[in-house]
Design a protein around this ligand. Structure first.
Ligand code: HEM
Length: 326
């Protein structure tokens, strides 16, 4: 009888051990990100970020496209590790493609508030991922749950940005750059749909308007639109003047950008190519209707893009300020 009781107790002990190990595994930071990572360690994290982004947006709506572009440029260079946020000589932030990025002060403001509420807990990489979602919501796009748990990188070097997709890239080159990071052609088209908000400097597409000394323009541009773009960006005018990427709807996150492509009203060469190339035209055709699946697909693709090369667990660090490594 005594032996049976001891055996029972031993079995109970074993099952308790299994349950507790499982319980621990469920709450322990695992490799990879998950929704609600800060639910116990910093329950107000997502609200603090949302409020900071909303305040920044109310003061200057241009921070919405700025931050949305920022996460793309972060994730495509050494993964989504907040390396884009580090300032100083020769950092990613100083490189050509990043000079016009906007909204850094919004991320810094969120971080200051988070350090006051939960010191040393929330990474800058996660703040950027949450803020990017919030900018889409603020411009009347879809919301989605953002997996968190990223940690911050310690490396930011300007030359690492050389491989970012550029406005003059062929479709094949765009596809190569996306697929190298695990994103397929449909995800490429969907993600570039972020150009439904925001602007581009004349210098990024003026070569399409004037060939050499004013010769023929890129024939894929709609003639009325060409005249409009030439007025906005004259041949010897200021290269930094900004033009809407989604004419007529540049502050609203919608499908109008794809519709514009179908009418020869893409601003960047890399945009218009998505319509002229038979490989991507059917995708644009599917996405261009206001009732298309664009929003839902964008949310899914953003979750995938925001998981590129993330640092988790014991890797990287939680920066004290987003603009400098600890
Ligand atoms: C082939 C891929 C892409 C290329 C070549 C490209 C290129 C560009 C260029 C040249 C600009 C204008 C920059 C300036 O003059 O300041 C721009 C703006 C922008 N891009 Fe992209 N982009 C691509 C993909 C993406 C993706 C994947 C996202 C986000 C998910 C994105 C979000 C934006 C936004 C929101 C703007 C407007 C920025 C603002 O108004 O400040 N882009 N892009």
């Amino acid at each position: 009888m005594g032996l049976v009781r001891s055996l029972c107790l031993f079995i109970t002990f074993l099952s308790c051990l299994v349950i507790s190990v499982h319980g621990q595994a469920a709450t322990r930071p695992v490799s990879g990100t998950r929704v609600g990572f800060y639910s116990t360690t910093c329950p107000t994290a997502e609200t603090i970020v949302r409020n900071a982004v909303t305040a920044g947006f109310n003061a200057n709506p241009a921070i919405a496209p700025g931050i949305l572009r920022m996460i793309f440029h972060d994730c495509f260079v050494l993964g989504c590790d907040g390396s884009i946020l580090i300032s100083g000589a020769n950092t990613e932030r100083t490189a050509g493609p990043n000079r016009n990025l906007r909204g850094f002060e919004v991320i810094d403001n969120a971080k200051t508030q988070l350090e006051a509420a939960c010191p040393g807990v929330v990474s800058c990489a996660d703040i950027l991922a949450l803020a990017a979602r919030d900018t889409v919501v603020l411009t009347r796009g879809i919301s989605w749950q953002v997996p968190t748990g990223r940690r911050d990188g310690r490396v930011s070097v300007a030359s690492n940005t050389n491989n970012l997709p550029g406005p003059g890239d062929s479709l094949a080159l765009q596809q190569q750059k996306f697929s190298a990071l695990g994103l397929n052609t449909r995800e490429l088209v969907v993600l570039v749909g972020a150009h439904t908000i925001g602007t581009a400097g004349c210098g990024t597409f003026r070569n399409r308007l004037f060939n050499g000394t004013g010769g023929p323009a890129d024939p894929t541009i709609d003639p009325t639109f060409l005249a409009q773009l030439r007025t906005q960006c004259p041949q010897n005018g200021d290269a930094s003047v900004r033009v809407d990427l989604d004419t007529g709807s540049a502050t609203t996150f919608d499908t109008s950008y794809f519709n514009n492509l179908s009418r020869g009203r893409g601003v960047l060469q890399s945009d218009q190519i998505l319509w002229t190339d038979p490989a991507t035209r059917p995708i644009v055709q599917q996405l261009m209707s206001p009732t298309s699946t664009f929003n839902a697909e964008f949310a899914r693709a953003m979750v995938r893009m925001s998981n590129i090369g993330v640092l988790t667990g014991a890797n990287g660090e939680i920066r004290r300020v987003c603009s400098a490594v600890n």
